[in-house]
Design a protein around this ligand. Sequence first.
Ligand SMILES: N[C@@H](CCC(=O)N[C@@H](CS)C(=O)NCC(=O)O)C(=O)O
Length: 286
Amino acid sequence: MTYTLHIGDRAYSSWSLRGWLLIEKFGLSATLRMVTFDTGDVAQQMQVAAPARTVPTLVLEDGTPVWDSLAIAEELASRHPDAGIWPADPSLRAVARSLAAEMHSGFGALRGDCPMNLRTAYTDFAPSDAVIADLSRLEEIWSFGLDRSGGPWLAGEYSAADAFYAPVAGRIAGYGLPVGDAAQAYVERHLSDPAFRQWRAMGLVRGETLPWYAKDNATGPWPGPAPRPAKAVTDGPAENDACPYSGKPVTHFLEMDGRVFGFCNAFCRDKTVADPEAWPKFMALV
Ligand SMILES: N[C@@H](CCC(=O)N[C@@H](CS)C(=O)NCC(=O)O)C(=O)O
């Protein structure tokens, strides 16, 4: 299958994160195309996949656009029934579908007051009563899924339901929102998930920092796993001749623990610098 997935700025596009996880977590692949949020004309940039006007949009091999995250989940699940996008167990599948659907249509206060911003963690954000009510509902339905399935994800194994709540975990982390132990553990599971870490690492190094997402609050370190220190360096030689991602000759370099490794372009180097341990192919070199 040859898919094209249109996504927005990774640091801010919560729906795009869902669409990308639906590919990435289930062994599927897609060519990525990015729209940028800094010019504010997403609909215009998406005219290539009209009538789509938002991201994520998945374009099928025959050119058909699928322009909504829930539709993408359903279409991929129909096309790849063994990929595990929905649980195989009928009652867990029903729970997973309910959870994803409620995320898709609900939690307006949380989404409005706390837009996803994976570049920033606030330390003194005071949630409104409406956000607190959304958190309480989240805890109720997360507990239902976790208890019913036995975890570790909402319906047992990672499913589309978890892809839909990954950006919510990012919001709870980034705004320091108060939740109980079980919900906090679920949030931390997302923050530690390699795919989530990879998305965030890419979001840190590509795209502009958009001022309209900034809040007038104190900031602190990101509450996920601390990245292993690494830095970009201008010169090799590197220990490796071939880029760990593409296999092409290395041209860009990173230093970690006094060792130098090479990559075939600046983006692959920089996303690795942002969080080296998120990238199994790089860590295999180390
Ligand atoms: N219901 C849609 C929502 C998609 C959506 O609103 N995406 C945002 C980015 S996170 C977007 O494209 N915004 C640009 C705009 O509305 O012009 C879905 O589930 O995919």
